[in-house]
Ligand binder design. Structure first.
Ligand SMILES: Nc1ncnc2c1ncn2[C@@H]1O[C@H](COP(=O)(O)OP(=O)(O)OP(=O)(O)O)[C@@H](O)[C@H]1O
Ligand SMILES: [Mg+2]
Length: 356
């Protein structure tokens, strides 16, 4: 039995005609770091709030530690929640903000003090305990919010986009800190984000959502290397996977540019159909000889530091490719000859988007 079980969970808001979350099934093991990722409005927060007890569960069962939680109030679910807006009390010091829940629960002063100091040590807040939230940076405020979750010693942490108010650099830093914190504290964590980089770098497993449906559950490697469908393939990865039209006939895959790739597997070759071909930007290669490959023109070259993103035009289709600086320099107007290694291509059904 898994520590947290979501069984056929559904959510319908009163005023909405359709379900917002459809038949959500997931088993989470103790200590796992799970990330819910997906575009805005796909139901991430709704699902998290149902787990927290801040939102009613319309249908299905939520089990934590083997007990059904549907009808329990939030305080009896063993969860601590961290929000995007830090929800700190502006008139209390950092010390009292971290210890607020403990005080409410009437823990004695010394036990409270030990827990607060342990949390502030982990989070590097020792020098700020006397300050008020108004005197802190965004990252420090978020750390105070995390501190409040830590001292509650809840076995489950629920985090809803806790870093989205921070600038890019601080976000990267806090990402590290939360992963570190998870190692230290060991609480089972469900982390909601629409940021695929956070999902890839933080999660033991990622749940990709779209329109209230689970598209795929897997480790970051599985999601990246083995996307179940075109949506997952396009959502995870920067720059995103390229999609071009392909045509299967006479037992071969034909790219729109005329490249013939005959080694497709027999069951795919038997289809005789139009397919969507997915190509990750980093897998496109340069032809060894000038008379090989597909002609492409560089329309824009973005130097990111270690890599270039090249926006190239292949016979009217736009494809992004990624190459290391060592292959450059590149500039607008460069003519390239590209090849697409068969083993790096993904084929998707053109209608359903399912991976073939
Ligand atoms: N209280 C509510 N009443 C009615 N509909 C709601 C309510 N809260 C959310 N919704 C709708 O449910 C859907 C899912 O919302 P939710 O907040 O779970 O999305 P999300 O994935 O967290 O998006 P975001 O990334 O923007 O935070 C949205 O279409 C939203 O409009
Ligand atoms: Mg949300």
């Amino acid at each position: 039995m898994a520590f947290i079980e979501l069984k056929n969970i559904r959510k319908k808001y009163e005023n909405n005609a359709d379900y917002t979350v459809h038949d959500f099934n997931l088993d989470i093991e103790k200590g796992e770091f799970i990330v819910f990722v997906g575009p805005s409005g796909c139901g991430k927060s709704t699902t998290l709030r149902m787990i927290a007890g801040l939102e009613d569960i319309t249908e299905g069962d939520l089990m934590i530690g083997g007990e059904r939680m549907n009808d329990r109030p939030p305080k009896d679910r063993q969860v601590a929640m961290v929000f995007q807006s830090y929800a700190l009390f502006p008139f209390l010091t950092v010390y009292d903000n971290i210890g607020f829940g403990l005080k409410i629960r009437k823990e004695d002063k010394q036990a409270r003090d030990e827990k607060i100091r342990r949390a502030s040590g982990i989070l590097g807040l020792d020098n700020y305990l006397d300050k008020k939230p108004g005197d802190l940076s965004g990252g420090q405020k978020q750390r105070v919010a995390l501190g409040r979750a830590i001292v509650n010693q809840a076995p489950v942490f629920l985090m809803d986009e806790p870093l989205s108010n921070l600038d890019a650099k601080l976000r990267g830093q806090m990402r590290e800190e939360i992963v570190h914190l998870h190692r230290e504290v060991g609480a089972t964590t469900i982390y909601v984000t629409h940021d695929q980089i956070e999902a890839m770098t933080m999660g033991d497993r990622i749940v990709v959502l779209k329109d209230g449906h689970i598209m795929q559950v897997g480790t970051p490697e599985e999601i990246y290397n083995n996307p179940a469908n075109a949506f997952v393939a396009s959502f995870i990865g920067t720059p995103p996977m390229n999609f071009v039209q392909g045509d299967i006939h006479d037992g071969c895959l034909h790219m729109k540019d005329g490249q013939r790739l005959c080694d497709v597997t027999d069951d795919v070759a038997a289809r005789n159909s139009q397919v969507t071909v997915g190509i990750r930007p980093e897998t496109v290669e340069f032809a060894k000889h000038a008379d090989q490959g597909v002609a492409a023109t560089v329309e824009r070259a973005e130097l990111l530091g270690a890599d270039y993103n090249l926006y190239v035009n292949i016979d009217g289709s736009r494809v992004i490719i990624r190459r290391g600086v060592a292959d450059g320099p590149f500039q607008e107007g460069d003519q390239l000859n590209l090849t697409f290694p068969l083993e790096a291509l993904y084929l998707f059904d053109q209608q359903t988007g399912a991976r073939l």
